[in-house]
Ligand binder design. Structure first.
Ligand code: PFF
Length: 454
């Protein structure tokens, strides 16, 4: 059914895959992880993790997707019919759907903040009466997130944006939008890097971010850097398998994996160049840079210190929305393709089957921050539970199984054939990549997964 669907151009397939990788992971998870894991030392370990593990595992997913030319579940069924390996794909597919439920909510918050920035409402505050600027923004964020109806409205908005793009198909929807969104994202990032580097105490922030103190590298830092690399590169969710099934036969998988990983790394690096100079300049080093607080409290506070806060705020939330939507498209595509293939329904029906129930599921996640916060699973509200169980358990499990499958179950000629385009390309690194997929990746990911429970 999906045999003929491919991305239309090399640039398009790179833009779409980078769009999937670049998301909240780069913009709000990376600076927070860097801050709490010792700054430059974390950056160094992170870069090593991306090269040593991220790129080989990404290549494994690409090979599986393009070689199996099917959905994240279908590739396993097609390559090893009658065997239970499809369960590995089912775990990734389920994880991607569960992630979508709460990722849409965060994308909804971003849309609301974008609109509040455009209208100027966000900056309509009285810091003196509201106990200081930080407090004023923190109260706003809390009010907004626990509000019973506002986040629902904006989450619905983001679901409809996704539906609109996905309904247009892989080439005319995902690829075309990525071709517009990715250059826009890089231009916006460059503007922010320029502004941030020209701030007074930029050098101090850069020192924290760029000059490593090797004594800060601990096993914990390595584990966190690996987790961040997998999250940021969208590994273990079936996304890359799904997108690679749309790659034409002549796509050079090695080159694509390196380009995508480097661009994803570049975006995270640029976010560091933006955040740390700003945080030191405005004396906010002690502030919590944890994801939501960084984006919805610290950054608006920083914009307030600059001329034209409304302009910077609008540009920033536009950037964040672009990053979030290009990721939600890819996360949703995993289940859309699975539905199309397994229920043999049209794309329109598959998009509706996947996205419309999200109106309910994402609403539940959203309400779990407020009126439904008393309903907990293992002591966590629905939102936090889904976040924890998917990122800490399901994604690593999906990756481990994928590596075992590509490294041990399929014949070595499968990986070799995909990476060398059936022998037409040379790859001196092939034995190293195969060794990492067979041994290093499954062992290390298992250690990370288990260490989180200790
Ligand atoms: N890689 C994207 C990001 O960094 O936001 C998308 C993503 C991957 C989201 C993995 C969630 C996730 F668990």
């Amino acid at each position: 059914m999906n045999e003929k669907v491919t991305f239309g151009s090399k640039i398009g397939l790179i833009a779409a895959t980078v769009g999937s990788a670049v998301g909240l992971g780069n913009v709000w998870r990376f600076p927070a992880e860097t801050q709490s894991n010792g700054g430059a030392a974390f950056l160094l370990v992170y870069v090593i993790c991306v090269f040593l593990l991220g790129i080989p595992v990404m290549l494994g997913e690409f090979a599986l997707g393009r070689g199996g030319k099917s959905s994240a579940i279908g590739v396993y069924q097609r390559l090893t019919p009658g065997k239970p390996w499809w369960v590995a794909g089912a775990i990734s597919t389920l994880a991607s759907y569960l992630i979508l439920c709460f990722y849409m909510v965060v994308a909804g918050w971003t849309l609301e903040y974008l609109i509040q920035s455009v209208t100027g409402n966000l900056y309509n505050i009285n810091p003196v009466a509201e106990g200081g600027m930080n407090n004023a923004f923190a109260t706003r964020m809390a009010d907004y997130i626990v509000s019973p109806w506002k986040p629902l409205l904006f989450t619905l908005g983001v679901i409809l944006i996704n539906l609109f793009i996905l309904l247009r198909g892989v080439k005319k929807g995902i690829e075309k939008m990525s071709n517009i969104m990715m250059p826009l994202l890089f231009v916006l990032l460059l503007i922010f890097v320029g502004v941030s580097l020209s701030l007074d105490k930029a050098a101090e922030g850069l020192k924290f971010f760029l000059s490593p103190d090797f004594s800060k590298i601990t096993p914990g830092v390595i584990i966190n850097a690996l987790g961040q690399a997998f999250f940021s590169l969208s590994l273990g969710m079936g996304i890359l398998v799904t997108y690679a099934s749309y790659y034409p036969k002549d796509t050079r998988l090695g080159k694509t994996a390196i380009t995508v990983s480097l661009l994803d790394l570049l975006v995270a690096f640029m976010m560091g160049l933006i955040i740390f100079p700003a945080v030191t300049t405005f004396g906010l080093t002690g502030e919590n840079l944890e994801g939501a607080t960084l984006v919805f409290v610290t950054l608006p506070e920083i914009f307030m210190h600059m001329p034209c806060p409304q302009l910077w705020s609008t540009l920033f939330f536009l950037l964040l929305l672009v990053a979030a939507v290009s990721s939600t498209l890819s996360i949703a595509e995993v289940t859309v393709m699975t539905c199309q293939e397994h229920f043999r329904v049209s794309r329109v029906k598959a998009c509706c089957i996947v996205l419309l129930p999200l109106i309910l599921f994402s609403s539940l996640c959203s309400l779990s921050q407020g009126v439904l916060s008393d309903y907990t699973i293992f002591g966590m509200n629905i939102f936090t539970f889904l976040d924890t169980v998917t990122t800490n358990v399901m994604l690593p499990l999906g990756s481990i199984l994928m590596c075992i499958y590509v490294g041990w179950i399929l014949k070595p000629s499968f990986l070799q054939g995909e990476i060398t385009n059936n022998g037409t390309l040379k790859s001196r690194l092939l034995p190293v990549i195969a060794f990492i997929i067979r041994w290093i990746a499954p062992v290390l990911i298992t250690i990370i997964m288990i260490s989180q429970f200790l």
